[in-house]
Design a protein around this ligand. Structure first.
Ligand SMILES: [Zn+2]
Length: 72
């Protein structure tokens, strides 16, 4: 089951759709319109936090955070 969450970019207010496997999400979101990158937190299908970041930072974190086990 996946859930589609609408995410409004705080920079340009373009609404993008994020398809998630759970209603909670924490991770990068890139705006399709202005290409800003944010670390967002979604709880219960609602975006609760937007933290501006960069694509470089996201890539760096991805290399550091190697999950030891895959979630279901
Ligand atoms: Zn934007």
């Amino acid at each position: 089951m996946s859930t589609t969450t609408e995410v409004e970019c705080p920079g340009c207010h373009a609404v993008g759709k994020l398809v998630l496997i759970s209603p909670d999400y924490e991770g990068p979101y890139a705006c399709w319109k202005c290409h800003s990158v944010y670390n967002i937190i979604i709880k219960g299908g609602q975006v609760t936090s937007f933290v501006p970041t960069t694509r470089e930072e996201v890539d760096r974190k991805r290399t550091l955070d190697k999950p030891s086990s895959m979630p279901d």
